[in-house]
Design a protein around this ligand. Structure first.
Ligand code: BES
Ligand code: ZN
Length: 634
């Protein structure tokens, strides 16, 4: 009871309070854990309708049926609520949900109202429930067939071609399309679920599966899951399909369709070692198991850090583990993002930038300094390219930046965030920096964070004196646009050989014989830096000598197609068409349509023709991104 009281007084804390007592996040056996919220102005999430200081959800219990015929999940969400004594209502997020009815814990009907849906931006509509003194509400509902978080695949869209498949993608604000709760990263909730699915499909979630599935005798099975640690609701995820499991290490494993499983298992074979490396760096892995699922190729991202069950695109499989920075990245989120979470999406560098740094440290530990430095150099090139494009003063280039307006992509949130931490490390030394970052994760575990909190913590627990503070330029890094002059640049030696090969090629079109012995990062550096304008003869020669159009590495194939299409190289059109039909990852799909679109009367008809065929197979995230490129939004 005492902990509840502590949490309640925190909840009621004045809005001036910006810090959270660290005891609020600690766990006591047997007692449900109630995670604190941040109440400062910098922690107010404009993307939620929730009023967490009045009433907030602490636990979500789902009892849902997957209805593949109607592309809906239907059932009940049972919410536990912590509220001010005088709070008579709670406000939830929803988007497109059909609400059938709401009851209190005793089964008495409660009044509810769905507000107007904001058409732009996916904020959806507030669901306000008049709860009186009730602190438990049961919502009977169904998701809409076009719920953006969910993709319902036909058998043809899977590797096996026989069974239907479903997966969800919650980040950033999509889960309100299938779960009626407070969908804000600063409002952590424990959850449990009972999910029924038609046989023979298997179901996995971002929680721990409880026992064997129960055969319901009606052609369906029920699966149970529990997440007993409070998580931001964007991390609730589900996948269902014809999937099998292969163990990697004692606490690691991978799920995939049977025909993909062996390749997937081989590619992620270093995962147990990565978990050990991560723990060595920044403390215990606190989530129990670390499993992954390799999804069908329409998954719109490279990866998603769903707790205990990272979701991965199959397009990272190259046969040589060269794209495993992705696994290191999603694993690192088990600390940066899932343990300590940005309270608002304007601070998503706290998730993604810190993770990109951490990812690089795992890559260094597992694959060595050379590979890590090369990957860091690619990350730095991305910052430089983007800043050259948008300008050093563009407001969106501060780490803390608004989520609306121009899309600057990953260069700031990911790469500038990465280089911020790298710079701090280089100034204070690795030992001090690692000790600081470890305590950051420990002291803010299962809690939200803001840029200001991060800054305050560095000033309190890392920075030794005024001279060091000045040298670090922390406020400039976090709150100012551009790139501070103290940035710890990548080692120019990382790509010395490749960069001179680029120069030789630019000068005399001599194609480097060494290419086939290069690392994946070296090949990417080469393809990214050679002159952008190439004749058909030059492109054909590049392809012939380097085997670009037949590579098994999708990162390389993507760079080739981008270069070729930008030069209106006809033989690349069928290759691009095949790629765009096979792959739904937005990072690949959007830029290829973008290149075609920018090639005017040559490229636009091609883009339209291909998109007419591929659009129905893309996830809503990818579809939305390409619609904007082709001017089809709305
Ligand atoms: N959490 C992100 C994916 C994401 C970001 C989803 C923003 C929705 C909104 C994930 O961890 C990620 O960063 N994925 C990258 C991996 C890459 C940086 C190694 C991706 O998908 O490409
Ligand atoms: Zn990430």
């Amino acid at each position: 009871m005492r902990r509840i009281a502590t949490a309640l007084s925190l909840l009621l804390a004045s809005t001036a309070c910006t810090t959270v007592p660290s005891e609020g996040g600690s766990m006591t056996a047997g007692e449900p854990m109630v995670s604190p919220i941040l109440t400062g102005a910098d922690a107010v999430d404009s993307m939620t309708y929730a009023q967490p200081q009045v009433a907030r959800v602490t636990h979500v219990d789902l009892d849902l049926a997957l209805d593949f015929d109607r592309k809906r999940v239907t059932g009940v969400a049972n919410l536990d609520i912590l509220a001010r004594p005088d709070a008579g209502a709670i406000v939830l997020d929803s988007n497109g949900l059909e609400i059938v009815g709401v009851r209190d814990g005793a089964g008495n009907p409660l009044a509810w109202k769905l507000g107007d849906t904001v058409s732009e931006g996916g904020k959806g509509a507030p669901l306000t429930i008049t709860m009186g003194n009730a602190r438990e509400v049961q919502i009977q509902y169904a998701s809409a067939p076009n719920a953006e978080a969910l993709q319902w695949l036909t058998p043809e869209q899977t590797a096996g071609g026989q069974y239907r498949y479903l997966f969800s993608q919650g980040q950033a604000i999509l889960n309100r399309t299938w779960i009626p709760t407070q969908d804000s990263p600063g409002i952590r909730q424990t959850w449990a679920a009972r999910i029924t699915a038609p046989k023979p499909l298997d179901v996995v979630m971002s929680g721990v599966r409880q026992g064997e599935p129960e055969d319901l005798g009606n052609g369906r099975r029920a699966f149970r899951f529990v997440m007993d640690k409070p998580v931001p609701p964007y991390l609730i995820a589900i996948a269902a399909g014809d999937i099998d499991f292969a163990a990697i290490g004692p606490r690691t494993g991978v799920w995939a369709e049977p025909s993909t499983l062996a390749r997937a298992r081989a590619e992620v074979g270093d995962t147990e070692e990565m978990v050990e490396a991560a723990e060595e760096l920044y403390g215990d892995y606190r989530w129990g198991r670390y499993d992954m699922i390799v999804l069908p190729p329409s998954f719109p991202y490279g990866g998603m850090e769903n707790p205990v069950m990272t979701f991965l695109t199959p397009t990272f499989i190259a046969g040589d583990r060269s794209n495993n920075g992705l696994v290191a990245h999603e694993l690192a989120h088990s600390w940066s993002g899932n343990l300590v979470t940005n309270a608002v999406w304007e601070d998503s560098w706290l998730n993604e930038g810190v993770t990109s740094y951490f990812e690089n440290r795992i890559v260094e530990a597992v694959y060595g300094k050379k590979r890590a430095e090369q990957e860091a150099a690619l990350s730095f090139a991305n910052i430089e390219e983007t800043l050259a494009e948008v300008g050093m003063n563009a407001p969106g280039t501060a780490l803390h930046h608004s989520t609306d307006g121009a899309e600057i992509g990953s260069a700031i949130t990911y790469d500038k965030g990465h280089f911020f931490l790298r710079t701090v490390e280089s100034i204070v030394g690795r030992e001090r920096f690692d000790a600081w970052l470890r305590q950051w994760f420990d002291n803010h575990a299962f809690q939200p964070a803001t840029s200001q909190l991060f800054y305050d913590d560095m000033m309190a627990n890392l920075v030794r004196n005024d001279a060091e503070a000045e040298q670090l330029a922390l406020r400039e890094w976090i709150f100012q646009p551009g790139l501070p002059s103290n940035v710890a640049r990548p080692d120019p030696a990382a790509f010395a050989e490749v960069d001179s090969a680029v120069q030789a090629y630019a000068a005399s079109s001599s194609i480097p014989a060494a290419y086939n012995g290069w690392t994946s990062a070296e090949r990417m550096r080469f393809l990214d830096n050679i002159p952008k304008e190439r004749s058909a003869a030059q492109l054909s020669e590049l392809d012939r000598q380097l085997g670009l159009s037949t590579t098994q590495n999708n990162e390389i194939l993507f760079l080739w197609l981008e270069l070729a299409l930008a030069n209106r190289y006809e033989p690349a059109v069928p290759q691009a068409e095949q790629f765009l039909a096979r792959v739904g990852r937005a990072k690949f799909v959007r830029p290829l349509f973008q290149v075609l679109w920018s090639e005017g009367e040559w490229g636009r008809p091609i883009a339209k023709r291909i998109y007419a065929k591929t659009r129905p197979s893309y996830h809503a995230v990818t579809r939305g991104a390409v619609d904007r490129v082709l001017g089809m939004a709305g």
